[in-house]
Design a protein around this ligand. Structure first.
Ligand code: KIV
Ligand code: ZN
Length: 520
């Protein structure tokens, strides 16, 4: 690598599976995390932050399995500033061809007060923990959480300690989305100028979006010398989210004239991963979101449409193909055959074996019978429909009829197949969804709390499919279920039953562990 290309290259650190997954309600299953990690690896993400291994058995398993499957990307796990976290993190990431430990501690006055450490005690803790991490792994990232609200002198002092202790990347998080572009750049510049050893390591920028400036702050940091951008697909993340991967990558590509930095991302894979993350996280992408929103390439006004027909560049600064949006959006329908479906699904990132295609084809035909035009998003919803993969499930919705309208109460007749046997019930409720859920609860009594019920229309029109996400909480355990159907109440009941099926699996998995614990 020449010196120049080293300088121009910005590494992309994706934290969809850690910081993104932390956003309330965005919990993904183990298999979904593995699938997203594979997509990130294939699109050229340099570093994947796969999770927080000490947080739970599930996080640990996800990080270690992602580490085992990764082909190119560095696999990173998060750890707080203590030996136990760091050891657990190493146990998970060590399987990767290229592992990284990321350890952090809050350094601002507000955050120092929580573990009740004075400045010297915290400095010592940083030295000890980074040294410990570096003894395990030669690739160590350290983050002073809430860096943008940390006193500059103290920030320089602790960054220097972390570098001397062996950190190879220093990440400067704007944890609460408080900074602004000029300040973000000045902070990185100040650290590069003042901290001894700064030229030996890579500075990273990690911006939250509370004031809507995350992407601008990240790019400003790059212009000041940061060479790692931390981001998530669709900007997923706590509160207002993080810097969106697709935004920084496309901004660097489209405005390379004024921001001459390169990433290794294959941008044509952006749209598929965006759709997939939206589907599995249950966080739909807002219509007017930059790059990946439904309207990002839609032109409504007459003047714009006219201009577009004459020359697309009049109103488009990038081509839909650049992000993997097919130039012609081939709409599928009930006359579409197996080959067309296979090719369409391949374009959407699903390479199916013959038997898988047969199953999807049956479901596709059933959908096309009810819905005249089947769009890309309908197919993604079909592929994501957890409730339809019900073969081994404890329960399935066999029949549902709901009476609803202006006269309350609404009622639901339901047949649930539980362990192969049909059970029928009628229940009432405050609205059709409530009635359907009450019916499920009558047949499968439980104390799980409904923590989230979310509906979004997959496409436009009154015949659009609704994707319903349900999140349940029982004894601190969280499970989710998702289903799509042109009938919102059917999708709701199926999503609820899918979450309960996951709960049954979760209960069975955690039982032996609890027994082990009580056995001492
Ligand atoms: O926002 C933040 O400060 C973080 C750290 C753990 C890096 O996510
Ligand atoms: Zn963060």
């Amino acid at each position: 690598m020449t010196d120049k290309s080293k300088q121009d290259r910005v590494v992309i650190f994706d934290t969809t599976l850690r910081d993104g997954e932390q956003s309330p309600g965005a919990t993904m299953t183990h298999d979904e995390k593995l699938e997203i990690a594979e997509m990130l690896d294939e699109m050229g993400v340099d570093i994947i932050e796969a999770g927080f291994p000490i947080a739970s058995e599930g996080d640990f398993a996800a990080v270690s399995d992602i580490a085992k499957q990764a082909k190119q990307s560095v696999i990173c796990g998060l750890a707080r500033a203590n030996f136990k976290d760091i050891d657990r993190c190493w146990e998970a990431v060590k399987h990767a061809r290229r592992p990284r430990i990321h350890t952090f501690i809050g350094t601002s006055p507000l955050h120092r007060a929580i573990p009740n450490l004075d400045m010297d005690q915290m400095a010592e803790r940083i030295h000890d923990t980074v040294t410990h991490a570096r003894n395990l792994c030669d690739n160590v990232q350290w983050s002073p959480m809430d860096a943008t609200r940390t006193e500059h002198d103290y920030l320089c002092r602790v960054v220097e300690i972390a570098i001397k202790a062996g950190a190879t990347t220093i990440n400067i998080p704007d944890t609460v989305g408080y900074t602004a572009p000029r300040e973000s750049a000045a902070l990185i510049r100040m650290l590069i100028e003042k901290v001894p050893g700064a030229d030996e390591i890579i500075f990273a920028t990690h911006c939250h979006n509370d004031l809507g400036m995350a992407t601008a702050n990240a790019l400003a940091a790059v212009e000041a010398g940061a060479r790692q951008i931390e981001c998530t697909i669709n900007g997923l993340g706590e509160r207002a989210g993080n810097t969106a991967l697709e935004e920084v990558v496309m901004a660097l590509k489209v405005r390379n004239d004024i921001m001459p930095y390169r990433t290794g991302i294959d941008t044509t894979k952006i749209m598929n991963i965006s759709r997939r993350v939206a589907a599995v996280s249950g966080f739909p992408v807002q219509f007017n979101k930059a790059i990946v929103g439904k309207n990002a390439f839609a032109h409504e006004s007459g003047i714009h449409q006219d201009g577009m027909l004459k020359n697309a560049e009049t109103f488009e600064i990038m081509r839909p193909e650049d992000i993997g949006l097919a130039a012609t959006n081939l709409v599928m329908g009930k006359h579409s055959g197996r080959a067309a479906l296979r090719s369409k699904l391949k374009d959407l990132g699903y390479d199916l074996a013959d038997n898988q295609l047969n199953d999807v084809f049956v479901r596709f035909k059933a959908l096309a019978d009810r819905k005249k035009e089947v769009y890309d998003d309908d197919l993604v919803a079909l592929m994501t429909d957890q409730a339809s993969e019900a073969a081994g499930d404890h329960m399935q919705v066999k029949f549902l009829r709901v009476i609803c309208g202006t006269e309350a109460p609404q009622s639901a007749d339901l047949i649930l197949t539980i362990d192969g046997k049909d059970h029928q019930v009628t229940a009432q409720g405050d609205g059709p969804v409530d009635a359907a859920f009450n019916a499920v609860k009558k047949l499968f009594p439980h104390d799980a709390r409904l923590a989230l019920y979310q509906v979004h229309a997959v496409t436009e029109g009154t015949d659009a499919q609704a994707t319903v996400s349900v999140r349940l909480e029982e004894d601190g355990k969280i499970v989710t279920g998702q289903s799509s159907d042109t009938d919102t109440v059917v999708a709701s009941a199926r999503a609820y039953v899918s979450a309960l099926n996951n709960l049954v699996v979760r209960r069975a998995k955690t039982k032996p562990e609890d027994e082990l614990k009580s056995a001492g």
